[in-house]
Design a protein around this ligand. Structure first.
Ligand code: NAD
Ligand code: MG
Length: 282
């Protein structure tokens, strides 16, 4: 796959905007019926403005949860997500800011607690990626930004949320198939996604005694703004897996519902692989 904008030419901070995508990603299947699996719960979702995070937000709302979403600056995308959540009869708090800053992470959690008084499901999901075909082209600045965006906030946000989590509450982290099989053009990104796998497994062991479960999802190629922002040639995106196509956010989000609710009550430290049939384990 050819790269489109490389770091640091990709000056604008935004990973991409969903409202500009053609075709539009499928957010939720028309026939997805909620059954109160998350009734009365509050979910805190980073990167919930668009893509997988938006889809998770709407599924959680359909299952009865109120939602707080954190995003960088994509107000237009975030406002549509809020509208979709309100259509489900739920409340949505929008929090815009930079997760690279621990101070912001703390204030974002505080805002959510002030409004909703609790958090039951934490979904760490925000990320950036900057394709480079040669290791020498990954500058220190790019490396720093990729790690500071993709893994540091998992620590910052989780630290801030933990005091509010109780028995049966859950944490769900977003890794990637690239953590498991590597990626020749996303070496730094794939490394952060590997860190997320180890973070998830370690944290699950640490929090098991508190009866807080920690799991993750490792998506393969999913049609989201992150993809449009990073790659030039999109026509063959996702074609090289056994199912021969990219996935939709609507095909990923139900796994977050499963991991977020009591249906997965005996599962912790695990990843669900949603990647069109690529065989990876662990
Ligand atoms: P997306 O661009 O829609 O979502 C990522 C979001 O992260 C953005 O909307 C942005 O608001 C947020 N973000 C980025 N930097 C931030 C910062 N500094 N502060 C606050 N928010 C910030 O893309 P997506 O594909 O839905 O990505 C969601 C997750 O899925 C990511 O963790 C990504 O690595 C993972 N993933 C995606 C794919 C795929 O093919 N789309 C594959 C594997 C894993
Ligand atoms: Mg976005």
């Amino acid at each position: 796959m050819e790269k489109r904008k490389t770091f640091p030419e990709q000056k604008q901070e935004l990973p991409g905007n969903e409202y500009l995508m053609h075709p539009e990603p499928e957010i939720i299947r028309e026939n997805y019926i909620g059954s109160g699996k998350l009734l009365g719960k509050v979910a805190f979702i980073t990167g919930g403005d668009s893509g997988i995070g938006r889809s998770v937000a709407v599924h959680f709302a359909r299952e009865g949860a109120n939602i707080a979403i954190v995003y960088l600056k994509e107000d237009k995308d975030a406002l549509l997500t809020k509208e979709l959540i309100e259509k489900e009869g739920q409340q949505c708090l929008l929090i815009s800011g930079d997760l690279k800053e621990e101070k912001f992470c703390k204030s974002a959690v505080k805002k959510c607690i002030s409004l909703f008084k609790k958090i039951n499901v934490l979904i760490n999901n925000a990320a950036v990626q900057y394709p480079q075909n040669e290791l020498e082209k990954i500058t220190a600045a790019q490396l720093k930004k990729t790690f500071e965006t993709n893994i540091y906030p998992y620590f910052y946000i989780t630290k801030a949320v933990l005091p509010f989590l109780n028995e049966n509450d859950t944490i769900i982290n977003t890794s990637s198939v690239t953590a498991y099989r590597g990626s020749e053009h996303l070496v730094d990104y794939a490394s952060t996604k590997g860190a997320i796998v180890s973070f998830t497994k370690s944290l699950s062991a640490m929090l098991a005694k508190r009866k807080i479960r920690v799991n993750g999802v490792a998506p393969g190629p999913i049609w989201t703004p992150l993809i449009v922002a990073s790659f030039d040639k999109l026509s063959d995106f996702g074609k090289d897996n056994p199912m021969g196509r990219a996935g939709q956010p609507s095909e990923v989000a139900p796994a977050y519902v499963f991991l977020g609710c009591a249906d997965s009550s005996y599962i912790t430290g695990q990843f669900i692989h949603i990647n069109g049939g690529e065989l990876v384990g662990g």
